[in-house]
Ligand binder design. Structure first.
Ligand SMILES: [Zn+2]
Length: 393
């Protein structure tokens, strides 16, 4: 989320219902954008010294050489140059951080999923109470299902296609609203776990909703079925589409749960403390990967952060090292394996282990630098391994 002059950006996701000819146009536009990106990338690869204006200057030439590109809205086509340089920038940043990175890759049909309208070429039309139609230049008036009003001015619309062929509009709007000031500070620490999705310092806990767990079980069955179908057969393709659709359902159910959960914390607290989990590092550990990526903590923290930004609430991320083993009352190390569900400290504190962790997270966040620097530079991976030690036994 970028912040300019105190302006707030919000993104709204609405489903689109293009008719047959609009669907065809959208697919063609997507393909032409992809080709533009790849042509610009090959121009970039030919340059000895990178010159952005020369790359941008090739766009009119592309249109002259191949008139089919005239069917693209000009700014949508220009956006591909922005996309290319934005990807290049990310790559350079990663390199600076010492990460091993290759060069930019050409986009395949599989990896290219969005068309972007920046600043112009779109109009969201309201009939009665709701937005009914999205006008896109060079494509037409597409029916849209909007579930909420948009605050502020629309800056950009990204049209995306899912793997099962559904279209969505991601609408980014900017409003001049200022952050609200903190008055009474109500604080909470949150522990992220597997048994309880979250456990907080007010002794509340939330688990994955049942419908989500049901869908996950269904997915396991479908995948087993899929593996038994003959490769290349029609039945296998049909089964694969079923799996893809269920994946999307699960994604939606999970997002719904995470939205409600993050909203609960935003509505009830002014300061929210969470562990600074480095999910990327954790996923490398293949034994833990499924359960951890499934529980999607990274997404939850992201939602908390962007909702907090527009609500003027503080989110503090603390070093996860020690939040499970140390006593929230007296800082004594109380060793526990995953099987130990209670925290029993010589100081007399006897509470649920995750409750202790949540209290410790809050304490670390509010005590300040002394709290978070004590453990130094230990990677989150190590501490998460400690946290879930014995998970496979
Ligand atoms: Zn203690």
């Amino acid at each position: 989320m970028t912040k300019k002059e105190n302006k707030l950006q919000k993104t709204y996701k609405f489903r689109l219902y293009p008719n047959k000819s609009q669907g065809f146009k959208l697919l063609e536009t997507l393909e032409l954008c992809r080709q533009t990106y790849n042509i610009l990338l090959s121009e970039l690869n030919n340059q000895k010294v990178i010159d952005k204006s020369i790359i941008q200057g090739t766009i009119p030439d592309i249109k002259i050489c191949e008139p089919k590109f005239k069917r693209l809205y000009s700014k949508t086509m220009q956006y591909e140059s922005y996309r290319l340089f934005s990807n290049l920038h990310t790559l350079v940043q990663l390199k600076k951080k010492g990460k091993k990175v290759g060069s930019l890759r050409f986009k395949s049909k599989k990896s290219f999923k969005s068309i972007t309208y920046n600043q112009s070429g779109f109009n969201l039309i309201k009939t009665g109470k709701r937005y009914q139609t999205l006008h896109l230049s060079k494509i037409g008036e597409i029916p849209v299902r909007a579930y909420r009003d948009i605050e502020g001015k629309i800056k950009q619309i990204a049209i995306k296609i899912t793997n099962s062929g559904k279209w969505f509009a991601n609408i980014t709007a900017e409003s001049g609203k200022q952050n609200k000031k903190l008055v009474n500070s109500k604080q909470v620490g949150i522990d992220l776990g597997l048994t309880n999705y979250v456990y907080d310092s007010d002794n509340n806990h939330f688990d994955n909703p049942k419908y989500l767990n049901n869908s996950l079980n269904k997915l396991k069955k479908l995948q087993r079925k899929l593996s038994r179908k003959q490769k290349g057969s029609n039945n296998r393709n049909k089964q694969r589409l079923k799996v893809t659709k269920l994946h999307e359902t699960i994604e939606n159910q999970r997002n719904d749960f995470l939205h409600k959960l993050s909203r609960y914390y935003i509505n009830n607290y002014n300061l929210i403390a969470v562990e600074n989990l480095q999910i990327q590092n954790m996923i490398k550990n293949r034994f833990l990967s499924r359960s951890i990526s499934d529980s999607s903590w990274a997404k939850f923290i992201k939602m908390l952060e962007y909702k907090a930004e527009s609500a003027g609430i503080q989110v503090i991320k603390v070093n996860p090292r020690g939040t499970t083993q140390k006593c929230s009352n007296c800082n004594t190390i109380v060793k526990k394996s995953l099987k130990d569900r209670e925290h029993i400290c010589p100081c007399g504190l006897h509470i649920h282990r995750d409750y202790n962790s949540a209290l410790k997270v809050l304490k670390d966040a509010t005590v300040g630098s002394t709290g978070s620097n004590v453990w130094g530079n230990v990677s989150a991976e190590t501490s998460m391994n400690q946290k879930f030690q014995g998970i496979n036994t």
